[in-house]
Ligand binder design. Structure first.
Ligand code: ZN
Length: 136
C-alpha cells in the first residue's frame, strides 16, 4: 500500500568491511538462508541481499578505496549507511525533493543492484539520513 509516493521500505543498506565476515550472523544466527551476492561496479561495492517479506537487508562491502562505502567506513566504521524507500518512479521522488528547494545527490535516476533504478537524497535535507529512492 502506498503512502504518498512511497510504497514501502525497500531495503536498509549496511556498510561492512567484509561480506564473508558479516554474512554468517544473518545466515547462521538469524536463519536467513536466502542470500544473493552481486557486484555493482558503478558504486564500487559488492552487495549481499537478504530478502524478507517486508523489505530487505543489503550488506555493502567496498571493492576499491575510492568506493563511497570505503570512505564511509573510514569515517564512521561499520553500521547503517542508508535507508531506501520504494517508489514507482525515482525521477518523481527526486523532482519532489528538488522542487522543495532541498538537496539531492543524484539529479536523475541511475542503475542500482538487482536491476533497480535508484536516486539519493542528501542527508542535509533529511535530518542526517542518507535516503534512497528505489524502484523495481
Ligand atoms: Zn540501497
Amino acid at each position: 500500500m502506498a503512502n504518498g509516493m512511497i510504497n514501502g521500505i525497500d531495503h536498509v543498506g549496511i556498510a561492512v568491511r567484509s561480506l564473508e565476515e558479516r554474512i554468517p550472523f544473518y545466515r547462521e544466527v538469524l536463519g536467513m538462508k536466502e542470500v544473493v551476492i552481486e557486484e555493482v561496479p558503478d558504486q564500487k561495492v559488492r552487495v549481499a541481499m537478504f530478502p524478507t517479506p517486508h523489505g530487505r537487508i543489503e550488506l555493502l562491502e567496498p571493492t576499491s578505496p575510492e568506493s563511497p562505502i570505503a570512505i564511509f567506513l573510514e569515517k564512521n566504521g561499520e553500521g547503517i549507511h542508508h535507508l531506501a524507500l520504494g517508489t514507482d518512479d525515482v525521477a518523481v521522488g527526486l523532482a519532489a525533493v528538488l522542487g522543495a528547494g532541498l538537496r539531492t545527490i543524484d539529479q536523475t535516476p541511475r542503475d542500482g543492484a538487482d536491476g533497480a533504478k535508484i536516486g539519493f537524497v542528501h542527508p542535509k535535507s533529511t535530518g542526517g539520513v542518507l535516503l534512497e529512492f528505489c524502484s523495481r
